[in-house]
Design a protein around this ligand. Structure first.
Ligand SMILES: [Zn+2]
Length: 295
């Protein structure tokens, strides 16, 4: 942890709880890919950059989640550089109430504004306005959040954001918050074409075997869908499903975890509903989910 690893002639990964990518141009100006969770992360990143005599050209945010965008304000204000993200993601960094509101479904209650739902507001430009260095490419990675991207550096290193989660994390609990399950499946399938290339997930070690990790993430999605199908042999409310999975995976009974699990279940129900596998009806003004007749 907190180590600068050289991954290519000019590409580095600064290992933090959220890995940060650094690409150095010939003039020693660098592009930073993601910024860690808060101001302290921003300070750590800048001190490594200063140590090497580099200066910051721009920040590229893969997406708006606090553990990726939390250090952005500190870095941009300290260095005067600009930050860039896709149109859908920059809205969340500029309006930090929106991310917890999106997960919670209304103005976020104070109890839900912990370390990971508290991005310092920061102006972010549209990534289309950034002139990328020759050979750098952006990769669309839909599913995890509004419009997440990955970055290929000219050294052929691929920073893949939160498109895959570490296998150890999935072993503890197969379900994580994913905005759009159907798109996530497509992204996981697409990752197979990067097999053999050096890929850096944000929360796992750099790997040339991204297909294996993508497959494990796919299996985790399948597992949640299959568990929900089992539970819905008997009609159940959203809250009932959430309670069953919380118990089964020994998740914490906290406000934040509960809201995340509830939203996670909602995401999977959308996926199953669109596939015609689950249905719902109302009983005593309660909405009950159940397996569809066609399933
Ligand atoms: Zn994320």
């Amino acid at each position: 942890m907190f180590e600068l690893i050289k991954l290519g002639d000019n590409t580095y990964c600064y290992t933090m709880p959220t890995n940060v990518g650094i690409y150095r141009r010939a003039d020693n100006r660098v592009y930073i890919i993601d910024t860690g969770v808060n101001e302290r992360s921003g300070k750590r990143i800048l001190s490594v950059i200063e140590e090497h005599g580099w200066t910051v050209e721009a920040v590229i945010l893969t997406h708006a989640h606090t553990d990726h965008a939390g250090g952005c304000r500190y870095i941009t204000e300290t260095t005067g550089c600009k930050a860039y993200a896709t149109a859908a993601e920059r809205i969340f960094v500029e309006n930090p109430d929106l991310e917890p509101a999106m997960v919670y479904g209304a103005f976020p209650c104070r109890d839900f504004r912990g370390k990971f739902m508290n991005t310092p507001a920061c102006p972010v430009r549209d990534i289309c306005e950034l002139q990328l260095p020759m050979g750098m490419e952006l990769i669309h990675l839909p599913g995890h959040f509004a419009d997440m991207i990955g970055v290929r550096t000219p050294d052929d290193v691929y920073f893949m954001a939160d498109s895959v989660i570490a296998a150890e994390t999935l072993t503890k609990c197969p379900m994580s918050y994913i905005f759009d399950i159907e798109s996530q499946y497509r992204t996981l399938d697409m990752l197979k074409k990067y097999q053999g290339k050096l890929c850096v997930p944000s929360h796992a070690a750099p790997t040339k075997d991204i297909a294996c990790l993508a497959e494990k993430n796919r299996e985790a999605l399948d597992k949640v869908n299959s568990r929900l199908r089992d539970l819905l042999r008997t009609p159940e409310t959203l809250e009932g499903l959430t309670a069953s999975l919380t118990c089964e995976w020994e998740l914490a009974d906290t406000y934040g975890q509960y809201v995340m699990t509830l939203s996670g279940v909602r995401g999977h129900l959308t996926y199953l509903r669109h596939r015609g596998e689950v249905d719902y009806h109302f009983e005593g003004h309660q909405m009950l989910w159940e397996l569809s007749d066609k399933a």
